[in-house]
Design a protein around this ligand. Structure first.
Ligand code: BTN
Length: 247
């Protein structure tokens, strides 16, 4: 693994409620090193975005949380880390010859199905981010899902992968993208992120409070707000949860 944090610990668990919650509790008890990695074979209470649960069959997928201290990011720059992690997932899939796209703000798609999601939980001290728990769910060897909108790497490749191989590629990608963010700032990360966005300068079907419409994604602010250009030419900005993609 190419890592910025050579002394960081890796914690492997058979079963846990949630790897994010585990790290959160651990941080209350002791000082955790940046780069600490917690991975579980199974989560009994896996958490997803907007209070959803994250379901994943035991031992077949990547369920992990990465502990970071991006203290150089302002409290309102959390989206920069979000973009970096999305790119690391994109890079990982590319490494296995799987063409992915990012569905704003942080779902990873293959075709129109979701292969990975992330849940980043930050703590703030003063005006800056102090710690970030980066929770990642990447579907690897699971073939059947309750949701018709989910997929996995095996569904695309039709061959099982060794979890450890995927983890190693992902850890390197995370480390590289995190270093890129830290060293070159947001601009280069944003440039790469938008390039892989589903619907970037391309009409897709969307839904907002006013109903269904066709629009293309034309900008993402540094705080993660999305600008959509409607087919009429009108532009509108959206926060997360104000816009739905019809996949
Ligand atoms: C989403 O809803 O798209 C986000 C899913 C994030 C799931 C991962 S699995 C590992 C980590 N622990 C959790 O409880 N959630 C995240």
């Amino acid at each position: 693994m190419i890592t910025l944090f050579t002394t960081a610990e890796a914690i492997n668990l058979k079963q846990v409620e949630s790897t994010n919650s585990y790290l959160k509790e651990l941080a209350k008890q002791k000082e955790i090193k940046e780069g600490t990695w917690v991975q579980a074979e199974y989560q009994t209470l896996g958490r997803g975005q907007i209070g959803n649960t994250w379901e994943a069959a035991a031992g077949q997928n990547l369920l992990a949380s990465y502990y970071l201290k991006p203290k150089y990011l302002k409290a309102n720059q959390g989206f920069w880390l979000n973009m970096s992690v999305c790119l690391a997932l994109y890079d990982t899939l590319k490494n296995f010859y799987i063409p992915a796209q990012i569905k704003w703000p942080n779902d990873i798609l293959v075709g129109q199905s979701k292969v990975a999601g992330l849940l980043i939980e930050n703590t703030i001290v003063g005006k800056n981010i102090d710690t970030a728990i980066v929770g990642i769910g990447l579907n690897i060897n699971q073939r059947k899902f309750k949701s018709s909108k989910a997929t996995s790497m095996v569904c695309v490749l039709n061959k099982n992968l060794a979890l450890a191989d995927v983890v190693s590629v992902l850890q390197s990608a995370l480390s590289l993208r995190y270093a890129q963010l830290k060293n070159t700032g947001q601009a280069s990360i944003k440039q790469a992120y938008v390039k892989h966005l589903y619907g970037w300068h391309k009409a897709v079907m969307l839904q907002d409070a006013g109903g269904f419409f066709a629009g293309s994604l034309s900008n993402v602010d540094s705080n993660g707000m999305l600008t959509v250009t409607k087919s009429s030419g009108a532009k509108q900005r959206y926060a997360f949860k104000e816009l739905r993609f019809l996949l």
